[in-house]
Design a protein around this ligand. Structure first.
Ligand code: FES
Ligand code: FE2
Length: 408
């Protein structure tokens, strides 16, 4: 449950933000973030190795793997990862890499199988990854099948949401999320059902667009006729957690205001006052932004495709509506969201051109944009600041403003 103390802290934070005339006492002027962090091949290789291949990343919802043997192929880090529901209902992940010579054990993007049979020479694995059969065993003397199961990828859940991590030694998912699982109790992750997903390709570095979802400084320009009409960015309060995670709560202009797209939808009675009446947007480091509500939740995921191309994947969930067809109201809600998304993506290609040009002097961030700086500080911690070329490092300045607990 979001504690009463956390709710009170957020409400007080919004009041403080409305009233302030300058950044809080002691808040530093944020040093420029070097633009090369968005373009330099050496830096992007470090980012890939130390961030994308070593982070907990949202992969799918349990509803997308409805039966034992249901699988998905997931390649967002560049590695072929197979996610499969076992006969024991446990969802596991493996590299889609046969231990004989690397053949694929599945080729389709999704489907259902009884076992995992390599398409090359027929080695057969159970849904739990164990090697159960190989052709012409007589020609592999002293072969120990127990040592040749599929290589596992870490796979853990937050409610119905399935995350994977290629780092075998990573701390457990829930530990790595700090206070967030406790905060999420008001949206009941185990009650959330899969609604819809769609991916949009955008021609920019992944961070160019991720940045736009970490601040509301742009509301007055980009979303003048949409979001800005019901959210008042002047009262936005932000919490920075360790591990690069953060929360940004933007107050509704009128607390009694209801999103017309959500009118008539099933609502979670457990949602806190902040979730039901305002706009909390969580950032789960590195690439998951979720503006939660009591009637539906989008996960907005930012995936690198190349140094100057990315995918935004938007996945919607809703409180359990009892199965059957999705209520028709969702069509309007998804269309409304897509309109806002297009507003957010409209400058991405132009910004990419800019960051690649000699005219670009890096990012000059203000107090309202501190989640972006927090993101970059965490990236350097994960890479190891000593590995980052000196000219591309960010100077760590936010530590005094990072707190493990919102209520504490
Ligand atoms: S590569 Fe899989 S059986 Fe040969
Ligand atoms: Fe936006």
């Amino acid at each position: 449950m979001v504690s009463k103390a956390a709710v009170e802290r957020i409400k007080a934070g919004m009041q403080y933000e409305f009233a302030r005339t300058a950044p809080p006492e002691g808040f530093p002027a944020l040093p420029p973030v070097p633009g090369g962090r968005y373009t330099d091949p050496e830096f992007l290789a470090l980012e890939r190795r130390h961030l994308w291949q070593r982070s907990w990343l949202y992969a799918c919802h349990a509803d997308e793997l409805p039966q034992p043997g249901s699988f998905l192929l997931w390649k967002r880090t560049g590695s072929p990862v197979l996610i499969v529901r076992g006969k024991d209902e446990v969802i596991r992940a493996f590299y889609n890499t046969c231990q004989h010579r690397g053949g694929p054990v599945v080729k389709d993007a999704s489907g259902r199988v009884d076992g995992l049979v390599c398409q090359y020479h027929g080695w057969t694995y159970g849904l739990d990854g164990r090697l159960v059969n190989l052709r012409d065993k007589r020609d592999f003397p002293d072969f120990d099948a127990k040592c040749h199961g599929l290589a596992a990828v870490r796979c853990e859940r937050l409610g119905n949401w399935v995350f994977v991590n290629e780092d075998r030694d990573a701390p457990p998912l829930l530990d790595s999320l700090g206070e967030i699982p406790a905060m999420f109790a008001d949206i009941q992750p185990e009650q959330q059902r899969f609604v819809h997903k769609k991916t949009y390709r955008v021609k920019c570095n992944v961070k160019v667009l991720l940045d736009a979802f970490l601040e509301v400084y742009h509301l007055k320009s980009i979303h003048q006729n949409t979001v800005d009409r019901f959210l008042d960015y002047r009262g936005t309060t932000i919490h920075l957690w360790p591990g690069g995670h953060s929360l940004m709560v933007t107050p509704n202009r009128r607390p009694e205001w209801e999103d017309p797209g959500a009118r008539g939808m099933l609502k979670l009675a457990t949602a806190s006052e902040v979730t039901a009446r305002h706009n909390p947007s969580y950032h789960l480091y590195p690439n998951l932004v979720t503006p939660v509500s009591d009637s539906g939740i989008p996960f907005i995921l930012f995936w690198p495709v190349s140094s100057r191309e990315m995918d935004i994947e938007v996945v919607w969930f809703a409180p359990d509506w009892g199965g059957g067809a999705l209520p028709a109201l969702w069509e309007t809600r998804l269309a409304n969201f897509e309109r806002i998304l297009y507003e957010d993506t409209q400058f991405a290609e132009y910004i990419q051109e800019s960051v690649e040009s000699p005219g670009y002097a890096g990012l000059h961030l203000n107090y309202q944009e501190r989640r972006i700086y927090h993101w970059h500080e965490e990236l350097d911690r994960r890479i190891g600041a000593e590995r980052v070329p000196a000219a591309l490092r960010v100077q760590p300045v936010l530590a005094p403003f990072v707190k493990p607990s919102l209520a504490g």
